[in-house]
Design a protein around this ligand. Structure first.
Ligand code: ADP
Length: 458
């Protein structure tokens, strides 16, 4: 896997998304600021002018026709701080206060003689207002340079804002790059591990597994699926190796017996007797059974061979199967019980289904020494269910997943030479599934086994 490719893609996509969002925000801020900046500044100095006007109205004494000095001083002080100038005229237009010429302008002295207006030599914007108190004009106000002063302050603010925005931009890009490197590492590390395991599996090493943490992500689920695949491949591999050995073993045992008997007859060591011939016949029949089982399995698994389906009474099929193997049951102290309620009908091949139940009952008999074998026929929603429960040896938990594999025989079956070749349950499963049904097993070692078969009811 190209780990750097994943990292590059993630990096580009993260940076792309962040750049896109940042640029959109910056453009928006820029346009909003430039369109509303003038209005905002105007609004600010208009508000300031109104405040000064209100202060002036408050500082005028109507009776004496005088302005309160300390109010004028504080307005001047504020003007100086904000970097603009104020001129105040009385009702007839005489200048009574000018912060530009603070030393010269004094209330009273100006009222007499100083009629000239301070020239507006500066190109600054002048805000002019009449001072009206109780409906009567008591003077007028000019504020010089207030717009420039506010504009400058706001421009300084904008400059700072833009600098901060630039730094934020750099910080976000750096953060996104680091985040995307961390992210791509955390994503690619498990993927690389999965790829390594898959390569090892391809080379035939089926023992490696992807380590899975407790908090499972989608990637870890892929790893889990790969682990399952490795498990089943390992299992298949083991079964395949067993299969060859099993077939050789199944063929060798009867053939060796037949060979030794015939050689003994030929060398005159043994007389040909009906007992000896019976032993040879049994071994031949064992080979015939093995070949029949193999043929039967290949027929069921061959999609070209169709089932002879018809409407069948499941209860009847089971009873026929019981009758076909009933003779054996007299040899061991085993009770055979059938529990049924209604007659259940399914669509199936009578011959094949009889074989299914005969195989299952045969196994139940083989692996049970005493006790009971019970068959229960039930109806569960639209399914016909059959359970076959025995009180036999049970199956080891480790063997359970394998018993439906062809040629799989449990250890006890091998040791006891029970005669089967380990194909019985493989045939059963193939027939049940060909009928659209399913089979499952539950077992407890030393206590018994229960097979459950399900068919769609008609
Ligand atoms: P076999 O010819 O060995 O019986 P099967 O395919 O019929 O082959 O069964 C496979 C294995 O499943 C058996 O070897 C045996 O270990 C186990 N098995 C099947 N049925 C039973 C049962 N009723 N009780 C215990 N073990 C069983």
């Amino acid at each position: 896997m190209n780990r750097r490719g994943l990292r590059r893609k993630l990096l580009f996509s993260h940076i792309g998304v962040s750049l896109g969002s940042l640029l959109t925000i910056m453009l928006l801020v820029y346009f909003v600021m430039s369109f509303s900046f003038g209005k905002y500044v105007q609004h600010q100095y208009e508000a300031e002018a109104n405040t000064i006007l209100e202060d002036l109205k408050g500082s005028y004494n109507v009776n004496s026709g005088q302005w309160r000095m300390n109010n004028l001083m504080s307005i001047s002080h504020q003007a100086m701080l904000r970097n603009y100038d104020i001129r105040i005229y009385d009702a007839v237009g005489n200048i009574i206060w000018d912060t530009e010429n603070m030393g010269r302008m004094m209330h009273g002295s100006v009222s007499k003689g100083m009629h000239e207006k301070v020239s507006d030599s500066d190109s600054d914007h002048i805000v002019a207002r009449d001072i009206i108190k109780n409906g009567e004009k008591i003077g007028s106000l000019e504020i010089i340079g207030i717009a420039g002063s506010f504009e400058m302050q706001n421009r300084q603010f904008l400059k700072l804002f833009n600098t901060l925005l630039g730094w934020a931009f750099v910080a976000v890009i750096a953060g996104v790059t680091m985040f995307s490197i961390l992210m791509s590492n955390s994503l690619s590390r498990p993927l690389v591990r999965i790829k390594q395991i898959a390569v090892q599996m391809k080379k035939g090493n089926l023992s490696s597994r992807v380590p899975i943490s407790s908090r499972q992500t989608e990637i870890e689920e892929v790893g889990l699926a790969l682990n399952h695949l490795a498990d089943s491949l390992q299992q298949q591999d083991k079964l395949r190796k067993h299969l060859t050995a099993d077939i050789a073993h199944e063929l060798r045992t009867p053939l060796t017996t037949i060979q030794s008997h015939i050689e003994a007859f030929q060398d005159g060591i043994w007389e040909v007797s009906s007992e000896k011939l019976e032993i040879c016949h049994e071994q031949v029949m064992r080979l015939v059974k093995l070949i029949q089982d193999l043929e039967s399995l290949s027929r069921v698994e061959n999609p070209m061979v169709k089932l002879q389906r018809e409407r069948l009474c499941l209860n009847e099929i089971i009873k026929n199967s019981v009758n076909s193997i009933k003779g054996q049951f007299e040899e061991k102290p085993i009770e055979l019980v059938i529990k049924e309620q209604d007659q259940l009908y399914i669509s199936g091949d009578a011959g094949r289904l009889t074989q299914v139940f005969a195989n299952l009952l045969d196994n139940a008999y083989k692996y049970t020494n005493e006790g009971r074998i019970s068959i229960e026929i039930l109806e569960v929603s639209d399914q016909a269910l059959v359970t076959i429960t025995d009180t036999g040896s049970g199956i080891e938990p480790g063997e359970l997943p394998n018993i439906f594999e062809r040629f799989y025989r449990g250890d006890k079956s091998r040791d006891r030479r029970t005669g089967g070749a380990g194909i019985g349950l493989a045939i059963v499963k193939a027939i049940v599934e060909a009928h659209g049904g399913s089979i499952s097993v539950m077992s407890k070692l030393g206590e018994g086994t229960c097979f459950t078969i399900c068919f769609p009811k008609i």
